[in-house]
Design a protein around this ligand. Sequence first.
Ligand code: NAP
Ligand code: ZN
Length: 355
Amino acid sequence: MSQAQGYAAQSADQPLAPFSFERREPGAHDVQIDILFCGVCHSDLHTARNEWNNTLYPSVPGHEIVGTVTAVGAHVKNFKVGDSVGVGCMVDSCQHCAPCDAGEESYCENGFTGTYNGNLYGGSENTQGGYSDHIVVNEKFVLKVSHTENLAAVAPLLCAGITTYSPLAHWKVGPGKKVGIVGLGGLGHMGVKIAHAMGAHVVLFTTSANKKDDALRLGADEVVVSKNEDEMAAHANSFDFILNTVAAPHNLDAFLTLLKWDGTMTLVGVPAEPHPAPSVFNLVMKRRQLAGSLIGGIRETQEMLDFCAKHGIVSDIEQIAIQNINDAYERMLKSDVKYRFVIDMQSLKQGQTAA
Ligand code: NAP
Ligand code: ZN
């Protein structure tokens, strides 16, 4: 065992605070990683505050991890000490169901093990995530990071990147397709960048009129303020695909009516409370589809990282010291993120208080 330092929530109503815990020694197939940066996903907040009613405490969130390999087990083939690597939302899965066989571990029929708030296969421990100084992960769930110039800005690709890339690829977004991205937060801004790089015509829907210029800079061709009914109506029946990243309940019909015949809206945002039920009429009249998507498999995550490296895509980030994580959560709740907070893990070691 090695001693790890991190930040944990001890209960739903307490702020995150310093926490010391044990990590296993690397086994034969494990990679030990010194964590340099960890992105702050809205799922971290949902979990820290038990908004999905499944949190095991104490809980160290964080599943957008980049760092440097410091040790490898005897049978590790693909990584060596000194490599720059990433870890996303998963650290294990059953490895023998149909989705695992297909390399789609996020849909593991026996449940994948989350990087935090999950039980390891063959063990009963609660996994602890990336708001910490190091982590030990089976090499199957470790990703190679090739664009190392700005590692902090690569970290959010491990969740926000793959969660948007996977549905955009699955629903064949590309040239000639009109694609909507709903919400310009961590996921949404990656969705805009990736859909633009895939060659689609990208329309960003936002509730924050002041994000308009940023959305155009990030790669949107058009921006619609979704509270403006006239702006919305101008796009009726015109979208091939809409990716909805919103983290709060809202009226889905406002977006479903913008899909054209056979169009699909895929939800990736997982609000704590349900959305109002959408109108069946809006779905049946044009054979529209309402779908969901969960992160992406390890193979596809590597494909996404390589795609982003090739296209020079990283996240737009605001780097913070870990001591400021609770303020960052409050700002995230106000949609005030430009466009992903990333924790500099040096701040943990140095005990700094300034951002
Ligand atoms: P985020 O950075 O907080 O972004 C969410 C955005 O949604 C906000 O920036 C805001 O954009 C918009 N929004 C917020 N409240 C709204 C409201 N009441 N009505 C309309 N729009 C609203 O969050 P995130 O990290 O991108 O995560 C988004 C959601 O995806 C979370 O629920 C998270 O748990 C989930 N998630 C799912 C997966 C998956 O695999 N399916 C993976 C990761 C995260 P505007 O200001 O532009 O309106
Ligand atoms: Zn996430």
